[in-house]
Design a protein around this ligand. Sequence first.
Ligand SMILES: Cc1cc2nc3c(=O)[nH]c(=O)nc-3n(C[C@H](O)[C@H](O)[C@H](O)COP(=O)(O)OP(=O)(O)OC[C@H]3O[C@@H](n4cnc5c(N)ncnc54)[C@H](O)[C@@H]3O)c2cc1C
Length: 498
Amino acid sequence: MKNPKIPEKYLSTFDETYQGFQLYKTLDPKLYREMDSVFKRARQFSREIAAPMALHIEREIRRAPTNKEPVWEFVRAAGKAGLLSLTIPKKFGGGGYSWATCVILFEELCSVCTGLGNIIGGHYLGMFVMRNTFSLARTAEVFREIVANETSIKPVLLASAMTEPSVGSDHTEVGLWESARPQSEARPVEGGYILNGRKQFISCGRLSTYHLVFMSTDRKNYMDSMATFLMRSDAKGFSFGRDEKKMGQLATPATEMIYEDCFVDESNRLTPYFGPIAKKTTDFMGFTRLLIGAMATGAARGAYERALTFARDTTVRGEVLVNHQWAQMVLGDMYMNVLISRAAVQEGFFSDVNHGMNKMFLPAKRNGYRRKQIIDGVLTAGASQFGSDLLQQRKMRHSVGKAIGWVMDHAGLNTPIMNTFTSTAKAKCSDLAMMNANLGIDLMGSFGLRQDEGMEKILRDIKLLQIYEGTNEICTFGVFQRIVADHDFGIRMWSKSQ
Ligand SMILES: Cc1cc2nc3c(=O)[nH]c(=O)nc-3n(C[C@H](O)[C@H](O)[C@H](O)COP(=O)(O)OP(=O)(O)OC[C@H]3O[C@@H](n4cnc5c(N)ncnc54)[C@H](O)[C@@H]3O)c2cc1C
Protein backbone atom coordinates (compact mmCIF):
# COMPACT_ATOMS: atom_id res chain seq x y z
CA MET A 1 0.00 0.00 0.00
CA LYS A 2 1.33 3.44 -0.87
CA ASN A 3 1.83 6.15 1.65
CA PRO A 4 1.42 9.30 -0.35
CA LYS A 5 2.44 12.19 1.82
CA ILE A 6 0.67 15.41 1.02
CA PRO A 7 3.21 18.22 0.54
CA GLU A 8 3.41 20.69 3.41
CA LYS A 9 2.38 23.60 1.18
CA TYR A 10 -1.08 22.08 0.69
CA LEU A 11 -1.70 21.75 4.42
CA SER A 12 -3.27 24.70 6.16
CA THR A 13 -1.93 26.16 9.41
CA PHE A 14 -3.93 26.26 12.64
CA ASP A 15 -5.30 29.75 11.96
CA GLU A 16 -6.21 28.90 8.38
CA THR A 17 -7.84 25.65 9.46
CA TYR A 18 -9.93 26.90 12.38
CA GLN A 19 -11.43 30.28 11.55
CA GLY A 20 -13.87 30.19 14.50
CA PHE A 21 -11.26 29.38 17.11
CA GLN A 22 -9.36 32.57 16.24
CA LEU A 23 -11.94 34.30 18.43
CA TYR A 24 -10.12 32.82 21.39
CA LYS A 25 -6.97 34.78 20.54
CA THR A 26 -8.56 37.75 22.30
CA LEU A 27 -11.31 36.05 24.34
CA ASP A 28 -9.03 33.57 25.98
CA PRO A 29 -5.40 33.49 24.86
CA LYS A 30 -4.66 30.55 27.19
CA LEU A 31 -7.25 28.33 25.56
CA TYR A 32 -6.05 29.49 22.13
CA ARG A 33 -2.49 28.46 22.99
CA GLU A 34 -3.71 25.06 24.21
CA MET A 35 -5.57 24.46 20.95
CA ASP A 36 -2.62 25.56 18.86
CA SER A 37 -0.31 23.30 20.86
CA VAL A 38 -2.54 20.22 20.48
CA PHE A 39 -2.88 20.99 16.76
CA LYS A 40 0.91 21.00 16.30
CA ARG A 41 1.47 17.86 18.39
CA ALA A 42 -1.33 15.95 16.70
CA ARG A 43 -0.31 16.99 13.21
CA GLN A 44 3.31 16.03 13.71
CA PHE A 45 2.39 12.67 15.24
CA SER A 46 -0.20 11.91 12.56
CA ARG A 47 2.02 12.71 9.62
CA GLU A 48 5.34 11.38 10.85
CA ILE A 49 4.33 8.36 12.93
CA ALA A 50 0.70 7.33 12.44
CA ALA A 51 0.52 7.63 8.63
CA PRO A 52 3.34 5.16 7.84
CA MET A 53 2.09 2.79 10.57
CA ALA A 54 -1.48 2.78 9.28
CA LEU A 55 -0.42 1.06 6.10
CA HIS A 56 1.56 -1.59 7.92
CA ILE A 57 -1.19 -2.29 10.48
CA GLU A 58 -3.94 -2.64 7.85
CA ARG A 59 -1.84 -5.25 6.05
CA GLU A 60 -0.93 -7.12 9.24
CA ILE A 61 -4.52 -7.28 10.53
CA ARG A 62 -5.65 -8.77 7.23
CA ARG A 63 -2.87 -11.33 7.42
CA ALA A 64 -3.24 -12.28 11.08
CA PRO A 65 -6.39 -10.80 12.63
CA THR A 66 -5.70 -12.08 16.15
CA ASN A 67 -2.21 -10.60 16.35
CA LYS A 68 -2.62 -7.25 18.09
CA GLU A 69 1.12 -6.49 18.37
CA PRO A 70 1.13 -4.03 15.41
CA VAL A 71 -1.74 -2.17 17.06
CA TRP A 72 0.16 -2.05 20.35
CA GLU A 73 3.13 -0.56 18.47
CA PHE A 74 0.88 2.32 17.51
CA VAL A 75 -0.54 2.69 21.04
CA ARG A 76 2.98 2.79 22.48
CA ALA A 77 3.98 5.47 19.97
CA ALA A 78 0.89 7.52 20.90
CA GLY A 79 1.82 7.10 24.56
CA LYS A 80 5.34 8.30 23.93
CA ALA A 81 3.91 11.37 22.23
CA GLY A 82 1.76 12.03 25.33
CA LEU A 83 -1.47 11.59 23.37
CA LEU A 84 -3.13 9.16 25.80
CA SER A 85 -3.38 11.70 28.62
CA LEU A 86 -3.78 15.14 27.04
CA THR A 87 -6.98 15.95 28.95
CA ILE A 88 -5.98 14.42 32.28
CA PRO A 89 -5.48 17.20 34.87
CA LYS A 90 -1.89 18.29 35.39
CA LYS A 91 -2.22 17.41 39.08
CA PHE A 92 -2.26 13.75 38.00
CA GLY A 93 0.61 14.19 35.57
CA GLY A 94 -1.52 14.57 32.43
CA GLY A 95 -1.33 17.29 29.80
CA GLY A 96 -4.01 19.40 31.51
CA TYR A 97 -5.50 20.37 28.16
CA SER A 98 -9.13 21.35 27.82
CA TRP A 99 -11.53 18.73 26.45
CA ALA A 100 -12.25 21.23 23.70
CA THR A 101 -8.93 20.35 22.12
CA CYS A 102 -10.23 16.85 21.29
CA VAL A 103 -11.96 18.12 18.15
CA ILE A 104 -8.53 19.13 16.89
CA LEU A 105 -6.80 15.92 17.97
CA PHE A 106 -9.36 13.71 16.22
CA GLU A 107 -9.48 15.63 12.97
CA GLU A 108 -5.70 15.36 12.67
CA LEU A 109 -5.52 11.65 13.59
CA CYS A 110 -8.38 10.65 11.28
CA SER A 111 -6.96 12.62 8.38
CA VAL A 112 -4.36 9.86 8.16
CA CYS A 113 -6.30 6.83 9.46
CA THR A 114 -9.76 6.62 11.02
CA GLY A 115 -9.04 3.13 12.39
CA LEU A 116 -6.06 4.40 14.38
CA GLY A 117 -8.00 7.53 15.31
CA ASN A 118 -10.77 5.38 16.80
CA ILE A 119 -8.32 3.56 19.07
CA ILE A 120 -7.49 6.88 20.69
CA GLY A 121 -11.16 7.87 20.33
CA GLY A 122 -12.40 4.83 22.26
CA HIS A 123 -9.89 5.58 25.02
CA TYR A 124 -10.91 9.25 25.30
CA LEU A 125 -14.58 8.24 25.27
CA GLY A 126 -13.85 6.06 28.29
CA MET A 127 -11.98 8.89 30.05
CA PHE A 128 -14.75 11.34 29.22
CA VAL A 129 -17.49 9.09 30.59
CA MET A 130 -15.43 8.37 33.68
CA ARG A 131 -14.73 12.03 34.40
CA ASN A 132 -18.39 12.90 33.98
CA THR A 133 -19.57 10.29 36.46
CA PHE A 134 -17.99 12.54 39.10
CA SER A 135 -16.70 9.44 40.93
CA LEU A 136 -13.76 11.33 42.16
CA ALA A 137 -11.57 8.85 43.94
CA ARG A 138 -11.73 6.08 41.34
CA THR A 139 -11.35 8.52 38.46
CA ALA A 140 -8.24 9.99 40.04
CA GLU A 141 -6.75 6.53 40.59
CA VAL A 142 -7.37 5.42 37.02
CA PHE A 143 -6.14 8.69 35.56
CA ARG A 144 -2.93 8.36 37.57
CA GLU A 145 -2.51 4.81 36.32
CA ILE A 146 -2.94 5.96 32.72
CA VAL A 147 -0.23 8.57 33.18
CA ALA A 148 2.11 6.21 35.03
CA ASN A 149 1.88 3.63 32.24
CA GLU A 150 1.74 5.96 29.26
CA THR A 151 5.26 5.23 28.09
CA SER A 152 5.32 1.63 29.27
CA ILE A 153 5.25 -1.51 27.13
CA LYS A 154 1.49 -1.83 27.76
CA PRO A 155 -0.19 1.56 28.16
CA VAL A 156 -3.50 1.61 30.05
CA LEU A 157 -6.46 2.11 27.69
CA LEU A 158 -10.15 2.53 28.51
CA ALA A 159 -13.26 1.38 26.63
CA SER A 160 -17.01 1.98 27.09
CA ALA A 161 -19.58 -0.78 26.74
CA MET A 162 -23.23 0.07 26.13
CA THR A 163 -24.34 -1.85 23.06
CA GLU A 164 -25.60 -5.40 23.50
CA PRO A 165 -27.15 -7.96 21.16
CA SER A 166 -30.66 -6.76 22.01
CA VAL A 167 -29.91 -3.04 22.38
CA GLY A 168 -28.18 -0.79 19.86
CA SER A 169 -29.85 2.41 18.71
CA ASP A 170 -32.23 2.28 21.68
CA HIS A 171 -29.28 3.06 23.95
CA THR A 172 -28.11 6.03 21.94
CA GLU A 173 -31.30 8.10 21.80
CA VAL A 174 -33.24 9.12 24.85
CA GLY A 175 -36.58 8.92 23.00
CA LEU A 176 -36.00 5.18 22.54
CA TRP A 177 -35.00 4.34 26.10
CA GLU A 178 -38.52 3.49 27.23
CA SER A 179 -38.74 0.69 24.66
CA ALA A 180 -35.18 -0.62 25.14
CA ARG A 181 -34.98 -4.20 26.40
CA PRO A 182 -31.42 -4.89 27.54
CA GLN A 183 -30.73 -8.46 28.58
CA SER A 184 -27.73 -7.76 30.76
CA GLU A 185 -28.24 -6.96 34.41
CA ALA A 186 -26.28 -5.83 37.47
CA ARG A 187 -27.93 -7.48 40.46
CA PRO A 188 -27.34 -5.71 43.79
CA VAL A 189 -25.79 -8.01 46.42
CA GLU A 190 -24.00 -7.48 49.72
CA GLY A 191 -21.06 -5.14 49.10
CA GLY A 192 -21.60 -4.69 45.37
CA TYR A 193 -23.23 -6.11 42.26
CA ILE A 194 -23.21 -9.33 40.23
CA LEU A 195 -23.04 -8.62 36.50
CA ASN A 196 -24.42 -10.99 33.88
CA GLY A 197 -24.87 -10.46 30.17
CA ARG A 198 -23.08 -9.56 26.95
CA LYS A 199 -21.96 -6.36 25.27
CA GLN A 200 -20.85 -6.27 21.68
CA PHE A 201 -19.05 -4.11 19.11
CA ILE A 202 -17.01 -2.41 21.84
CA SER A 203 -14.26 -0.24 20.37
CA CYS A 204 -10.90 -0.99 21.94
CA GLY A 205 -12.54 -3.62 24.15
CA ARG A 206 -9.75 -6.16 23.77
CA LEU A 207 -7.05 -3.52 24.24
CA SER A 208 -8.56 -2.12 27.42
CA THR A 209 -7.13 -2.47 30.92
CA TYR A 210 -10.35 -0.98 32.29
CA HIS A 211 -13.75 -0.56 30.75
CA LEU A 212 -16.91 1.23 31.73
CA VAL A 213 -20.00 -0.89 31.42
CA PHE A 214 -23.56 0.41 31.48
CA MET A 215 -26.07 -1.96 33.08
CA SER A 216 -29.39 -1.53 34.80
CA THR A 217 -29.80 -2.75 38.34
CA ASP A 218 -33.50 -3.38 37.83
CA ARG A 219 -34.63 -4.71 34.48
CA LYS A 220 -38.22 -3.62 35.05
CA ASN A 221 -37.10 -0.09 35.67
CA TYR A 222 -34.36 0.08 33.10
CA MET A 223 -34.03 3.78 32.53
CA ASP A 224 -34.01 4.92 36.13
CA SER A 225 -31.78 2.13 37.35
CA MET A 226 -28.99 2.33 34.77
CA ALA A 227 -25.56 2.62 36.35
CA THR A 228 -22.01 2.84 35.10
CA PHE A 229 -19.52 0.34 36.50
CA LEU A 230 -15.76 0.40 36.26
CA MET A 231 -14.36 -3.04 35.47
CA ARG A 232 -10.83 -4.28 35.15
CA SER A 233 -10.79 -6.22 31.91
CA ASP A 234 -9.02 -9.13 33.64
CA ALA A 235 -11.68 -9.43 36.39
CA LYS A 236 -12.93 -12.84 37.46
CA GLY A 237 -16.15 -13.71 35.62
CA PHE A 238 -15.35 -11.40 32.73
CA SER A 239 -13.99 -12.54 29.36
CA PHE A 240 -13.55 -11.23 25.85
CA GLY A 241 -15.60 -12.91 23.13
CA ARG A 242 -15.01 -12.47 19.42
CA ASP A 243 -13.61 -9.43 17.65
CA GLU A 244 -15.95 -8.53 14.80
CA LYS A 245 -14.65 -9.06 11.28
CA LYS A 246 -15.77 -5.69 10.01
CA MET A 247 -15.31 -3.89 6.68
CA GLY A 248 -13.29 -0.92 7.91
CA GLN A 249 -11.28 0.61 10.74
CA LEU A 250 -9.46 -2.71 10.97
CA ALA A 251 -6.96 -1.35 13.48
CA THR A 252 -9.62 -0.86 16.18
CA PRO A 253 -10.91 -4.13 17.58
CA ALA A 254 -14.71 -4.17 18.09
CA THR A 255 -14.98 -6.71 20.85
CA GLU A 256 -17.69 -8.82 22.45
CA MET A 257 -17.59 -8.51 26.27
CA ILE A 258 -18.97 -11.40 28.34
CA TYR A 259 -20.05 -11.15 32.01
CA GLU A 260 -20.75 -14.39 33.87
CA ASP A 261 -21.54 -13.86 37.56
CA CYS A 262 -18.94 -11.13 37.57
CA PHE A 263 -18.73 -9.34 40.94
CA VAL A 264 -18.13 -5.60 41.05
CA ASP A 265 -17.73 -3.98 44.44
CA GLU A 266 -19.62 -0.90 45.50
CA SER A 267 -16.70 1.46 45.00
CA ASN A 268 -16.67 0.65 41.30
CA ARG A 269 -20.25 1.73 40.69
CA LEU A 270 -19.40 5.12 39.29
CA THR A 271 -22.65 6.93 38.59
CA PRO A 272 -23.31 8.90 41.75
CA TYR A 273 -27.04 8.62 41.69
CA PHE A 274 -29.57 6.95 39.47
CA GLY A 275 -32.41 8.38 37.45
CA PRO A 276 -31.77 12.03 36.71
CA ILE A 277 -28.07 11.54 35.97
CA ALA A 278 -28.91 8.71 33.59
CA LYS A 279 -31.01 11.14 31.59
CA LYS A 280 -28.20 13.65 31.61
CA THR A 281 -25.84 11.04 30.20
CA THR A 282 -27.49 11.68 26.84
CA ASP A 283 -25.70 14.97 27.16
CA PHE A 284 -22.40 13.06 27.26
CA MET A 285 -23.52 11.38 24.05
CA GLY A 286 -23.98 14.86 22.63
CA PHE A 287 -20.32 15.68 23.16
CA THR A 288 -19.17 12.32 21.81
CA ARG A 289 -21.26 12.77 18.67
CA LEU A 290 -19.37 16.03 18.19
CA LEU A 291 -16.13 14.07 18.31
CA ILE A 292 -17.42 11.69 15.63
CA GLY A 293 -18.11 14.79 13.54
CA ALA A 294 -14.48 15.84 14.04
CA MET A 295 -13.27 12.36 13.10
CA ALA A 296 -15.41 12.48 9.95
CA THR A 297 -14.00 15.90 9.06
CA GLY A 298 -10.53 14.41 9.31
CA ALA A 299 -11.53 11.44 7.17
CA ALA A 300 -13.07 13.77 4.56
CA ARG A 301 -9.83 15.73 4.56
CA GLY A 302 -7.81 12.53 4.22
CA ALA A 303 -9.83 11.62 1.11
CA TYR A 304 -9.27 15.07 -0.36
CA GLU A 305 -5.53 15.01 0.38
CA ARG A 306 -5.14 11.55 -1.12
CA ALA A 307 -7.05 12.60 -4.25
CA LEU A 308 -4.99 15.79 -4.61
CA THR A 309 -1.70 13.91 -4.28
CA PHE A 310 -2.85 11.39 -6.88
CA ALA A 311 -3.95 14.14 -9.26
CA ARG A 312 -0.56 15.84 -9.00
CA ASP A 313 1.34 12.61 -9.59
CA THR A 314 -0.72 11.12 -12.43
CA THR A 315 -0.76 11.88 -16.11
CA VAL A 316 -3.96 11.42 -18.11
CA ARG A 317 -4.00 11.83 -21.91
CA GLY A 318 -0.59 13.50 -21.89
CA GLU A 319 -1.50 16.04 -19.21
CA VAL A 320 -1.05 15.96 -15.41
CA LEU A 321 -4.48 15.08 -13.99
CA VAL A 322 -4.65 18.14 -11.75
CA ASN A 323 -4.45 20.37 -14.85
CA HIS A 324 -7.71 18.93 -16.21
CA GLN A 325 -10.58 21.28 -15.47
CA TRP A 326 -12.94 18.50 -14.37
CA ALA A 327 -10.36 17.26 -11.84
CA GLN A 328 -10.04 20.78 -10.43
CA MET A 329 -13.83 20.88 -10.08
CA VAL A 330 -13.85 17.59 -8.16
CA LEU A 331 -10.97 18.63 -5.88
CA GLY A 332 -12.53 22.03 -5.19
CA ASP A 333 -15.80 20.28 -4.32
CA MET A 334 -14.01 17.90 -1.97
CA TYR A 335 -12.23 20.77 -0.24
CA MET A 336 -15.54 22.59 0.23
CA ASN A 337 -17.02 19.47 1.83
CA VAL A 338 -14.20 19.55 4.37
CA LEU A 339 -14.86 23.21 5.18
CA ILE A 340 -18.64 22.67 5.55
CA SER A 341 -17.96 19.67 7.73
CA ARG A 342 -15.58 21.58 9.99
CA ALA A 343 -18.08 24.42 10.25
CA ALA A 344 -20.73 21.95 11.46
CA VAL A 345 -18.29 20.64 14.08
CA GLN A 346 -17.52 24.17 15.26
CA GLU A 347 -21.24 25.00 15.60
CA GLY A 348 -21.66 21.77 17.58
CA PHE A 349 -18.71 22.76 19.71
CA PHE A 350 -20.17 26.18 20.49
CA SER A 351 -23.62 24.68 21.18
CA ASP A 352 -21.96 22.46 23.79
CA VAL A 353 -20.16 25.45 25.27
CA ASN A 354 -23.41 27.44 25.38
CA HIS A 355 -25.91 24.74 26.33
CA GLY A 356 -24.25 21.45 27.29
CA MET A 357 -22.05 20.05 30.01
CA ASN A 358 -19.22 22.26 28.85
CA LYS A 359 -21.37 25.26 29.65
CA MET A 360 -20.30 24.61 33.21
CA PHE A 361 -16.70 23.89 32.40
CA LEU A 362 -15.77 25.65 29.22
CA PRO A 363 -17.57 28.87 28.42
CA ALA A 364 -16.08 30.92 25.64
CA LYS A 365 -15.11 33.68 28.01
CA ARG A 366 -11.86 34.30 29.72
CA ASN A 367 -13.22 34.18 33.27
CA GLY A 368 -15.67 31.46 32.45
CA TYR A 369 -12.96 29.28 31.06
CA ARG A 370 -11.36 29.17 34.47
CA ARG A 371 -14.47 27.34 35.61
CA LYS A 372 -13.22 24.41 33.60
CA GLN A 373 -10.87 24.06 36.50
CA ILE A 374 -13.85 23.30 38.73
CA ILE A 375 -14.14 19.74 37.59
CA ASP A 376 -10.42 19.13 37.72
CA GLY A 377 -10.32 20.79 41.12
CA VAL A 378 -13.21 18.69 42.42
CA LEU A 379 -11.55 15.56 41.07
CA THR A 380 -8.29 16.45 42.71
CA ALA A 381 -9.78 17.45 46.06
CA GLY A 382 -12.04 14.42 46.21
CA ALA A 383 -9.21 12.06 45.46
CA SER A 384 -6.82 13.36 48.04
CA GLN A 385 -9.43 13.92 50.74
CA PHE A 386 -11.15 10.56 50.69
CA GLY A 387 -8.51 8.20 49.37
CA SER A 388 -9.82 4.67 49.25
CA ASP A 389 -12.06 4.66 52.34
CA LEU A 390 -15.18 2.86 51.13
CA LEU A 391 -17.62 4.32 53.63
CA GLN A 392 -16.40 7.81 52.96
CA GLN A 393 -16.68 7.19 49.25
CA ARG A 394 -20.30 6.10 49.58
CA LYS A 395 -21.14 9.13 51.66
CA MET A 396 -19.31 11.34 49.25
CA ARG A 397 -20.98 9.76 46.23
CA HIS A 398 -24.37 10.41 47.77
CA SER A 399 -23.70 14.04 48.59
CA VAL A 400 -21.73 14.72 45.41
CA GLY A 401 -24.57 13.09 43.44
CA LYS A 402 -27.08 15.41 45.04
CA ALA A 403 -24.87 18.41 44.42
CA ILE A 404 -24.34 17.47 40.79
CA GLY A 405 -28.06 16.97 40.33
CA TRP A 406 -28.71 20.40 41.75
CA VAL A 407 -26.04 22.05 39.61
CA MET A 408 -27.28 20.31 36.47
CA ASP A 409 -30.86 21.29 37.17
CA HIS A 410 -29.93 24.91 37.83
CA ALA A 411 -27.16 25.44 35.30
CA GLY A 412 -29.66 26.17 32.55
CA LEU A 413 -28.43 23.29 30.42
CA ASN A 414 -30.34 23.04 27.19
CA THR A 415 -29.37 19.62 26.00
CA PRO A 416 -32.02 19.48 23.22
CA ILE A 417 -30.32 22.41 21.49
CA MET A 418 -26.86 20.98 22.02
CA ASN A 419 -27.92 17.52 20.88
CA THR A 420 -29.50 18.99 17.76
CA PHE A 421 -26.21 20.57 16.73
CA THR A 422 -23.92 17.72 17.70
CA SER A 423 -26.17 15.07 16.12
CA THR A 424 -26.23 17.19 12.98
CA ALA A 425 -22.43 17.32 13.02
CA LYS A 426 -22.16 13.55 13.49
CA ALA A 427 -24.61 12.64 10.73
CA LYS A 428 -23.79 15.27 8.14
CA CYS A 429 -20.00 15.20 8.56
CA SER A 430 -19.94 11.43 8.08
CA ASP A 431 -22.21 11.78 5.02
CA LEU A 432 -19.92 14.46 3.57
CA ALA A 433 -16.89 12.28 4.29
CA MET A 434 -18.57 9.42 2.44
CA MET A 435 -19.25 11.77 -0.46
CA ASN A 436 -15.55 12.70 -0.52
CA ALA A 437 -14.42 9.08 -0.51
CA ASN A 438 -16.76 8.40 -3.46
CA LEU A 439 -15.54 11.45 -5.35
CA GLY A 440 -11.95 10.43 -4.63
CA ILE A 441 -12.47 6.95 -6.05
CA ASP A 442 -14.22 8.39 -9.11
CA LEU A 443 -11.30 10.77 -9.68
CA MET A 444 -8.75 7.98 -9.37
CA GLY A 445 -10.69 5.51 -11.53
CA SER A 446 -9.55 1.91 -11.20
CA PHE A 447 -6.58 3.06 -9.10
CA GLY A 448 -9.07 4.16 -6.47
CA LEU A 449 -10.27 0.59 -6.09
CA ARG A 450 -6.83 -0.84 -5.43
CA GLN A 451 -5.98 -1.75 -1.86
CA ASP A 452 -2.45 -0.37 -2.22
CA GLU A 453 -3.67 3.10 -3.23
CA GLY A 454 -5.35 3.88 0.07
CA MET A 455 -8.60 5.45 -1.16
CA GLU A 456 -10.82 2.36 -0.87
CA LYS A 457 -9.58 2.00 2.74
CA ILE A 458 -10.72 5.54 3.44
CA LEU A 459 -14.19 4.71 2.09
CA ARG A 460 -14.44 1.49 4.13
CA ASP A 461 -13.33 3.34 7.27
CA ILE A 462 -15.82 6.16 6.79
CA LYS A 463 -18.83 3.84 6.43
CA LEU A 464 -18.49 2.89 10.09
CA LEU A 465 -18.71 6.53 11.14
CA GLN A 466 -22.24 6.61 9.71
CA ILE A 467 -23.25 3.77 12.05
CA TYR A 468 -21.72 4.14 15.49
CA GLU A 469 -22.59 6.62 18.24
CA GLY A 470 -26.20 6.42 16.94
CA THR A 471 -26.86 5.67 13.28
CA ASN A 472 -27.27 8.70 11.05
CA GLU A 473 -30.97 7.83 10.70
CA ILE A 474 -31.43 7.80 14.46
CA CYS A 475 -29.58 11.14 14.75
CA THR A 476 -31.93 12.57 12.11
CA PHE A 477 -35.07 11.34 13.91
CA GLY A 478 -33.64 12.81 17.13
CA VAL A 479 -33.12 16.20 15.52
CA PHE A 480 -36.68 16.22 14.15
CA GLN A 481 -38.00 15.26 17.56
CA ARG A 482 -36.15 18.08 19.29
CA ILE A 483 -36.88 20.85 16.84
CA VAL A 484 -40.47 19.94 15.88
CA ALA A 485 -42.17 17.03 17.62
CA ASP A 486 -41.31 18.09 21.17
CA HIS A 487 -43.16 21.36 20.54
CA ASP A 488 -46.22 19.83 18.88
CA PHE A 489 -48.12 17.27 20.90
CA GLY A 490 -49.98 16.14 17.79
CA ILE A 491 -46.84 14.53 16.35
CA ARG A 492 -46.06 10.96 17.32
CA MET A 493 -42.39 9.92 17.35
CA TRP A 494 -40.72 6.53 17.28
CA SER A 495 -43.90 4.71 16.32
CA LYS A 496 -43.62 0.94 15.78
CA SER A 497 -44.27 1.35 12.04
CA GLN A 498 -40.96 3.19 11.51
C1 LIG B 1 -17.14 -0.14 14.55
C2 LIG B 1 -18.13 0.03 15.64
C3 LIG B 1 -17.68 0.40 16.90
C4 LIG B 1 -18.58 0.53 17.96
N1 LIG B 1 -18.11 0.88 19.19
C5 LIG B 1 -18.96 0.87 20.25
C6 LIG B 1 -18.47 1.11 21.57
O1 LIG B 1 -17.29 1.37 21.77
N2 LIG B 1 -19.34 1.04 22.59
C7 LIG B 1 -20.66 0.77 22.41
O2 LIG B 1 -21.39 0.72 23.38
N3 LIG B 1 -21.17 0.56 21.17
C8 LIG B 1 -20.35 0.60 20.09
N4 LIG B 1 -20.83 0.37 18.81
C9 LIG B 1 -22.25 0.10 18.64
C10 LIG B 1 -22.99 1.23 17.94
O3 LIG B 1 -23.21 2.31 18.79
C11 LIG B 1 -24.31 0.62 17.39
O4 LIG B 1 -23.94 -0.24 16.35
C12 LIG B 1 -25.24 1.67 16.87
O5 LIG B 1 -25.78 2.40 17.92
C13 LIG B 1 -26.39 1.05 16.06
O6 LIG B 1 -26.99 0.01 16.77
P1 LIG B 1 -27.25 -1.41 16.07
O7 LIG B 1 -26.02 -1.79 15.35
O8 LIG B 1 -27.76 -2.35 17.10
O9 LIG B 1 -28.37 -1.16 14.99
P2 LIG B 1 -29.94 -1.15 15.22
O10 LIG B 1 -30.30 -0.34 16.39
O11 LIG B 1 -30.43 -2.55 15.22
O12 LIG B 1 -30.43 -0.43 13.92
C14 LIG B 1 -30.59 -1.09 12.66
C15 LIG B 1 -31.28 -0.14 11.70
O13 LIG B 1 -32.58 0.21 12.19
C16 LIG B 1 -32.69 1.62 12.32
N5 LIG B 1 -33.49 1.85 13.52
C17 LIG B 1 -33.26 1.36 14.75
N6 LIG B 1 -34.23 1.76 15.60
C18 LIG B 1 -35.08 2.52 14.89
C19 LIG B 1 -36.30 3.22 15.19
N7 LIG B 1 -36.85 3.21 16.39
N8 LIG B 1 -36.91 3.89 14.21
C20 LIG B 1 -36.40 3.90 12.98
N9 LIG B 1 -35.27 3.25 12.61
C21 LIG B 1 -34.62 2.58 13.56
C22 LIG B 1 -31.26 2.14 12.43
O14 LIG B 1 -31.13 3.47 11.98
C23 LIG B 1 -30.54 1.19 11.50
O15 LIG B 1 -30.72 1.62 10.18
C24 LIG B 1 -19.96 0.29 17.74
C25 LIG B 1 -20.40 -0.06 16.46
C26 LIG B 1 -19.52 -0.18 15.42
C27 LIG B 1 -20.04 -0.54 14.07
